[in-house]
Design a protein around this ligand. Sequence first.
Ligand code: 13P
Length: 259
Amino acid sequence: MNRKYRKTVIAGNWKMNHTATQTRAFAESLKAILPKSKWCEIVVCVPFVNLPAALKAFRDTRIAIGAQNVHYAPSGAFTGEISAEMLKDLGVRYVIVGHSERRQMFGETDEIINQKMHAALNAGLSPILCVGETLEQRELGVTMERITLQVKTALANIPADRIRRVVIAYEPIWAIGTGKTPTVEQANEVCEAIRTIIRKLYGARIARSVSIQYGGSMNEHNAEGLLAQPDIDGGLIGGASLDPDTFIAIVHAANQDHA
Ligand code: 13P
């Protein structure tokens, strides 16, 4: 990571885990062990219904709260959906957009993801845009093509002055929840390629300032090596973010790299 130009963002994605009661307990445990240093941004992305509990429990801390999804329309007849303005009004700062589980299980296309990016940015939220290849695509050697298409389509018509608020998470689908990870070099290679795409779209200054995370079986053991890579500026963490101790161990690993 290159802290001179961009911030490190360690974000937990709880997915469909933890009740509101568990959220409050998690917050109490986490606050007790939270490092004082402010080297990295810490985000916890909780299920929609737990957002009020999380916002209240972390109110006096530097931890930002994120949602895991958002609808693209500002309002309207979309039963069961949540708008970006609703999230912003609650005090939510981040939102995950285009997670592979939403792409694969809920039919989200690159075009829908682009609309969600616009909605999030229009409301003043910071989207964490997820991109990543399947195992088949990696084996076919089309990883970069797939990532390029995902990044370019997701960012279509997004002006340069808004890109600073975007975080991009490279999450190889085959590494999510499997315990398998790419080598640190492979992970960095894709993150570097994403930065090159941003440079071609928006110029060198903006490309240097965008935080690019790695996600997929990141844990307290492999985080330090991944976070030490020059183009990996943080992590999007699933399973290992559910426990306050392992989550904070990853935050420490990010700080370690700074020391
Ligand atoms: P795991 O850390 O459980 O592999 O999940 C990664 C992920 O999908 C984060 O968004």
